[in-house]
Design a protein around this ligand. Structure first.
Ligand SMILES: Cc1cc2nc3c(=O)[nH]c(=O)nc-3n(C[C@H](O)[C@H](O)[C@H](O)COP(=O)(O)OP(=O)(O)OC[C@H]3O[C@@H](n4cnc5c(N)ncnc54)[C@H](O)[C@@H]3O)c2cc1C
Length: 391
């Protein structure tokens, strides 16, 4: 949606295909990072954007055993917004779609599911999509695969996937928030368990981290047992834990970390989760997807306008975005292996790891995780329309 908006803004004709009838899906990433808010400012949309209901997160804290420690502090970031905004993903996508409609070249087609690629003389020339009117061929000078971690586009294009593995899955749920609840700490780790709670004003968005593939075993022990596990980690939920009536109130996220060896073929480019599914560690998947979109628009818009797009330009997008992707995934995998794996397999009471003790003691160190999460590596900036026209 972001790339569609940016290309339409540059004067290019774009069709965004979305397989669902709306964007209403619970338990998706709802984090709008300071780097994305900066892009909104550069686009002149920040004020309007922040008028939408959202929450602002200025620091991140975690609890290990009984000790609480501050981990990240966004208030020193060199950005206009020194916080991470929490906004339902459907509000964010609807906002971008509304902004896109200001440009004559921008079209969104809901309930249009890409099912196959059109290939002509070794070049991708568009997609076939299942729509209410049957299968329709959408031909395009450039096709973008931005269809998420289960991308059909990358599968049809037979792009090679490098699977990096993940030791965990996540059970997501929402539990009502009540006056008198403790302040947000985000992560709670105890021997064998990790529980994350995000304050969404009238409810807590909760994630229970489990060992990879353990969901069936947990379900077989019954919802009562699961409720008990949650209240051990967050005792103040005891008065409302019955809100989790059955397993329908708990969604499973199968965690994947992978990336494509090559993100492109002639006529086709994959970005976002389709090019690199991220671990949920740090909640940076949206940030990377948005940054990919901005880099792709900056590099490709002038070429598309001039009609001289070449495979080398698609490779240039991968070159630009591969370093931030690899560096972020490397960090995520280190945390997965050194922290998550150990906590999940531990049966002894946990001690605060050295790195968290240092973050707790030296406030300035908390700027580092805040920078990695809030800005990421190699943050992108909007090329103005004037720049695009000039280049
Ligand atoms: C439960 C959960 C929690 C997460 N939490 C966070 C978080 O807190 N912070 C964060 O930064 N990231 C989070 N993420 C990751 C984040 O959601 C993704 O990294 C990010 O949304 C990737 O954006 P994308 O546009 O590449 O793909 P997606 O957001 O997955 O968008 C792909 C879109 O394409 C549509 N689509 C799929 N297939 C087709 C098709 N064949 N034809 C047409 N349309 C299609 C989908 O319906 C979807 O709307 C979370 C992910 C999950 C699953």
């Amino acid at each position: 949606m972001m790339l569609g908006f940016l290309l339409a803004r540059a004067g290019i004709h774009v069709i965004v295909l979305e397989k669902h009838a709306d964007f209403l899906r619970d338990f998706r990433g709802d984090t709008i990072h300071p780097s994305t808010l900066e892009l909104m400012y550069e686009l002149g949309l920040l004020k309007e954007f922040l008028n939408r209901p959202h929450q602002e997160l200025r620091e991140i804290a975690g609890q290990v055993g009984n000790e609480t420690v501050k981990i990240g502090d966004f208030t020193h970031l060199p950005t206009r917004c020194k916080f991470l905004a929490l906004m339902p993903q459907w509000d964010f996508l609807n906002f971008l779609a509304e902004q896109g409609r200001r440009y004559p070249g921008f079209h969104v087609r809901m309930q249009s599911e890409a099912v196959d690629l059109i290939e002509e003389s070794g070049r991708i020339a568009g997609v076939r999509a299942k729509t209410a009117e049957g299968i329709i061929e959408f031909r395009a000078g450039l096709t973008i695969g931005a269809d998420g971690r289960r991308s059909i586009v990358r599968q049809c294009a037979q792009l090679e996937i490098i699977d990096q593995g993940a030791p965990m899955d996540i059970l997501w749920m929402r539990i009502n928030r009540r006056p008198g609840d403790p302040a947000q700490t985000l992560g709670h780790a105890q021997a064998g368990r990790i529980f994350i709670m995000i304050d969404r004003e009238d409810y807590w968005q909760c994630a229970f981290v489990i060992p990879k593939g353990a969901a069936d075993d947990i379900r077989s022990r019954g919802i009562e047992n699961f409720r008990e596990e949650i209240t051990t980690l967050a005792p103040f939920f005891r008065d409302r834990i019955h809100e989790l009536r059955d397993w329908k109130d708990v969604s499973l996220l199968t965690v994947k970390v992978d990336r494509l060896k090559q993100w492109h073929r002639p006529g086709l480019l994959c970005i976002g989760d389709s090019a690199h599914a991220m671990s949920p560690i740090g909640g940076v998947g949206i940030n990377l997807a948005i940054q990919d979109a901005v880099a792709a628009a900056n590099i490709l818009a002038p070429k598309l306008l001039n009609g001289n797009l070449s495979p080398g330009d698609l490779a240039a997008v991968q070159r630009r975005r591969e370093f931030p992707t690899r560096a972020t995934q490397r960090l995520q995998i280190a945390v997965q292996n050194r922290v998550i794996r150990r906590v999940l397999s531990s049966s002894q009471p946990l001690r605060l790891p050295l790195i968290l003790r240092l973050l707790g003691r030296w406030p300035f160190l908390r700027r580092i995780p805040a920078r990695v999460i809030g800005l990421g590596f190699r943050p992108e900036h909007i090329h103005t329309r004037e720049n695009v026209a000039r280049s």
